[in-house]
Write a protein that binds this ligand. Sequence first.
Ligand code: UDX
Ligand code: ADP
Length: 480
Amino acid sequence: MVKICCIGAGYVGGPTMAVIALKCPAVEVVVVDISVARINAWNSDQLPIYEPGLDDVVRQCRGKNLFFSTDVEKHVFEADIIFVSVNTPTKTSGLGAGKAADLTYWESAARMIADVSKSDKIVVEKSTVPVKTAEAIEKILTHNSKGINYQILSNPEFLAEGTAIQDLFNPDRVLIGGRKTPEGQKAVQALKAVYTQWVPEDRVITTNLWSAELTKLAANAILAKRISSINSISALCEATGANITEVAYSVGKDSRIGPKFLNASVGFGGSCFQKDILNLVYICECYGFLEAANYWKTVIKINDYQKSRFVNRVVASMFNTLSGKKIAVLGFAFKKDTGDTRETPAIDVCKGLLADKASISIYDPQVTEDQIQRDLTMNKFDWDHPIHLQPMSPTTVKKVSVTWDAYEATKGAHGICILTEWDEFKGLDYQKIYDNMQKPAFLFDGRNVVDVEKLREIGFVVYSIGKPLDTWLGVMPAVV
Ligand code: UDX
Ligand code: ADP
């Protein structure tokens, strides 16, 4: 029986290992983590992450061939294949601060593997890492090898949160990078044999190590660039009377472009896009490719611009002041169908509203009050440290309240900001919401989920990203 151990029971490690266990009954999978709370949650009925379909998969294999444990060293010692899926935060100080990946957690995992191993191991990079990390890890392992053979593989994960289980069941491709030596290729085949239990062989791509590492960064950078591209056009739509939904639809009909990932929004979030682009920028700079670095930087600049443009629109529309006003925020997660708030645009938007002295009342179906308070008080980049090392918010933000109902959040509000595209926001009783709001009642849709015409009929003043402006919104000049 092949034994797999995954170090890191997070958004990537948890679902990926659960699906491997489900699809490969002959493989024993143990997911280990230093966070006792996280492992306890994986062993309970309340999993630590919300992901549609995940409960079902875990229920089917937990206790059979899927285990969650804090006994990191024991399971690393026993494993044939070790996936490493630990945090790779952005450095906040020193060389490369604000851009380069901090490999502290990776390095400590590699040293621990070297310490406890007594048999040959295949070590798989699962979390996204900078190009050439495998080489660094290889050095740590081989300099402490005691005669053990380590093969390092890069097997980046392409799942998107909210659709992780479907993405894992039916991936566009599985990418495995390895050394071109006979031992390296043997390791590649061993990992390939795991995936081909359910993934058609022609979807498993094998490359050299550096191609696999760079592909992950490139794929995320190109996806994020599509969003920044459409978001930059959304500003023009508002100014000219064009409609971003119509433009995106027609652009996407070109088979060379395709229809996906062209939804204008208040900005992209999530743990990967910004971090991976910063990483790419840093690598370009290190090799002296400053033009390439600047090119990728603009993707983040447009994303930041889109968030501040949204805040400016809210403030300018509401007579240039939010002081003494209540703003309801519907949705805090970085996208629908997840409780994840890492780099969510809601953080910057809420901070912008608070800076203009608004009181905000937040409702998200999956995000807890504690998480929201933590996010609004945390420093940039601090989110990517294991949860037990994250600071509890020292002073909760007094002007923020969190409710468990959209109607409660919007009661008595002067304006509403929709920041996540949760399906339930489409079906709300907006007449009821309007009746309970201050007038004029404003609604700012950062995800294009509402029916603008219907809401205008009710009486709302509506702003929707990239849509022709409500005549009202022309009243106050806006720096947008
Ligand atoms: C992303 C990649 O898609 C995935 O392949 C990789 O493994 C990890 O990073 P994820 O961040 O989970 O996945 O979600 P994704 O669906 O890519 O969305 C990222 C952000 O972009 C979200 O904030 C989402 O709302 C936003 N987005 C996405 C848009 O604003 N418009 C779109 O058209 C698509
Ligand atoms: P991702 O989205 O990439 O899965 P997460 O932050 O959700 O990232 O998960 C990373 C996990 O890795 C965290 O639960 C953290 O506690 C764990 N971790 C970090 N370093 C180690 C380590 N040295 N040994 C075991 N687990 C670790």
